[in-house]
Design a protein around this ligand. Structure first.
Ligand code: F6R
Ligand code: MG
Ligand code: MG
Length: 395
C-alpha cells in the first residue's frame, strides 16, 4: 500500500515573543485534523511544536503535492491565526502566512513542507525532526553523517544493503537548480556544495541500490519569497530508518554533535543545534508540547519523534532525544552557547554581511554617514571638530 506522509509547519504566533506555541493552538489543530480523519481525507495525524513553530504531521493516500492536504493545513493555520492567535494577541500572529488566499499548493506561501510517498515496508520506522531558530541547511551535516559517514553510520560498513551508498539531491535555493551527487564517489564535491547551507540544501536522499527514498527535508526560504526579513525558515524533515537504511540510532547519532548553525536571535547569529526533549505529551489529543526557545531566543534546537507506521497509522510517538546519553550533547551545547554569546554582536557569532542583508541591520547602517578617506586624512582635526559641533550620534 502506498502511503504519503506530509509534514507542514508554520509559525502563526508565539507565547511569549518567539519562545513557544500556545497549547490552545495545538489543541485546535488536533481537533481540526481529527475532523479530517473522520471525513476520510487523511489516515492519521500528530501535532507538535518545537519553539514557536507548529507542525502538522499527516498520513494519507493522496500522494505528493495534494491540493486537498495542503489546503487542509493552510486552512488550519489561517483559522487558528484568526480565531486564537489574533484574539489573544500572540506575538507575530500569522507570521509565516505570507499569502492571502490558497491557490492549490502551499509551497511558496510561507509554511515549511516535507513530504514522502512510499510503499510501506513490512515494518516501517519513521523519524520526524523539526528545528527552530535555524534554517533548512541546518540538516545538511546530520544528513551527510547519517547517509555518507561510516564513522556515524556503522551500516555503511557492515550492512550489504547499504554498501553501494546513497544518492543526495541538493537544491540551490538561490539559482533554483538541482544537483544529484553520489556518496561515496562524489563526497568531496557534495561537501563543497553543502558546506554552504544557506544556499545548497540536501532535500532528498535515496539508497543507490534501488532508489528507495530515505529522507526528505523542507527547503522553503521565506526571505526569498517575501523579499525581506521574516525570520529564519525553521526546517522539518522525515527520515525512514532500519532494514537497509540507517538504524534509528544511526539517524539520531548524527545529531549528537551540536554543530553550529545560522539563526538564533533575530535570525542573525550562529549557535549550536541542540538535540532537545519534548516537555509534555497528550496522547488522547495526539499532541506533543516541544522545547522552548528562551536563552537569547534559543539556542537553536531540534526535536525528534519516532513512529512505527502501520497501514498509514502512526504508532507512537517516542521522544527520541529523551535519553541521558544526549545529556552530554546538551551540556556541550550549553557550554558553546555560553562561550559564543560573549562575542555579542561581533562576527562570527553574528552572521556575515551578505546574510544580514535580509535583516533590519541594513536600515540601521543606512543612517551612518561616511566621508572619503583622503578628505578625512587631509583634515582630521577639522572633521573631528565638525562632528563634535553637530548634534546626533552618527554625524
Ligand atoms: C528569530 C526570531 C526572534 C526575533 C526577535 C526580535 O527567528 O524570530 O529572535 O527575531 O525576538 O523580534 P521582533 O523584531 O519581532 O521584536
Ligand atoms: Mg516566531
Ligand atoms: Mg520559529
Amino acid at each position: 500500500m502506498k502511503i504519503s506522509i506530509s509534514i507542514i509547519k508554520a509559525d502563526i504566533g508565539g507565547l511569549p515573543g518567539h519562545a513557544w506555541v500556545h497549547p490552545k493552538i495545538l489543541e485546535y489543530a488536533s481537533d481540526r485534523l481529527a475532523g479530517e480523519v473522520r471525513r476520510g481525507s487523511i489516515i492519521d495525524y500528530f501535532v507538535f511544536n518545537v519553539g514557536d513553530d507548529m507542525s502538522l504531521l499527516m498520513t494519507h493516500d493522496k500522494g505528493l503535492n495534494s491540493p486537498a492536504i495542503h489546503e487542509a493545513a493552510w486552512n488550519i493555520f489561517r483559522d487558528a491565526t484568526e480565531s486564537i492567535a489574533k484574539k489573544v494577541k500572540l506575538y507575530g500572529a500569522g507570521q509565516d502566512l505570507l499569502k492571502d488566499s490558497f491557490s492549490g499548493n502551499i509551497r511558496g506561501m510561507g509554511p515549511q513542507i516535507a513530504e514522502m510517498e512510499f510503499e510501506e515496508r513490512g515494518s516501517e520506522p519513521v523519524i520526524v525532526v523539526a528545528a527552530d531558530k535555524t534554517e533548512p541547511g541546518a540538516f545538511n551535516l546530520p544528513f551527510y553523517k547519517m547517509f555518507a559517514d561510516p564513522f556515524n553510520t556503522a551500516g555503511l560498513v557492515i550492512d550489504p544493503a547499504m554498501a553501494e551508498g546513497f544518492l543526495f539531491e541538493v537544491i540551490d535555493v538561490v539559482d533554483a537548480r538541482v544537483y544529484l551527487l553520489k556518496a561515496p564517489e562524489d563526497i568531496y564535491r557534495l561537501l563543497g556544495l553543502i558546506g554552504t547551507p544557506g544556499r545548497y540544501i540536501v532535500r532528498r536522499v535515496y539508497r543507490k541500490r534501488d532508489l528507495m527514498q530515505g529522507a526528505v527535508a523542507s527547503v522553503e526560504r521565506l526571505n526569498l519569497i517575501a523579499g525581506k526579513y521574516v525570520g529564519k525558515d525553521d526546517p522539518v524533515a522525515i527520515i525512514r530508518a532500519q532494514h537497509g537504511l540507517p538504524a534509528v540510532g544511526e539517524v539520531l547519532e548524527a545529531f549528537s554533535y551540536p554543530h553550529l548553525v545560522e539563526g538564533w536571535m533575530r535570525g542573525s547569529h550562529v549557535g549550536p543545534l541542540t538535540p532537545s526533549k519534548f516537555v509534555q505529551f497528550i496522547p488522547d489529543k495526539k499532541i506533543a508540547l516541544g522545547p522552548k526557545m528562551t536563552r537569547f531566543d534559543g539556542p537553536p534546537k531540534v526535536g525528534a519523534l519516532g513512529f512505527q507506521l502501520h497501514d498509514g497509522y502512526l504508532e507512537g510517538p517516542v521522544d527520541l532525544f529523551d535519553d541521558p546519553a544526549f545529556d552530554y550533547s546538551r551540556q556541550t551545547a550549553a557550554a558553546i552557547t555560553d562561550y559564543i554569546r560573549r562575542m555579542g554582536p561581533i562576527m562570527p557569532h553574528r552572521l556575515p554581511p551578505d546574510e544580514m542583508e535580509y535583516t533590519t541591520l541594513s536600515q540601521v547602517l543606512k543612517e551612518v554617514s561616511s566621508m572619503p578617506l583622503d578628505d578625512y586624512e587631509k583634515d582630521r582635526e577639522g572633521a573631528l571638530k565638525a562632528l563634535m559641533a553637530r548634534t546626533g550620534s552618527t554625524g
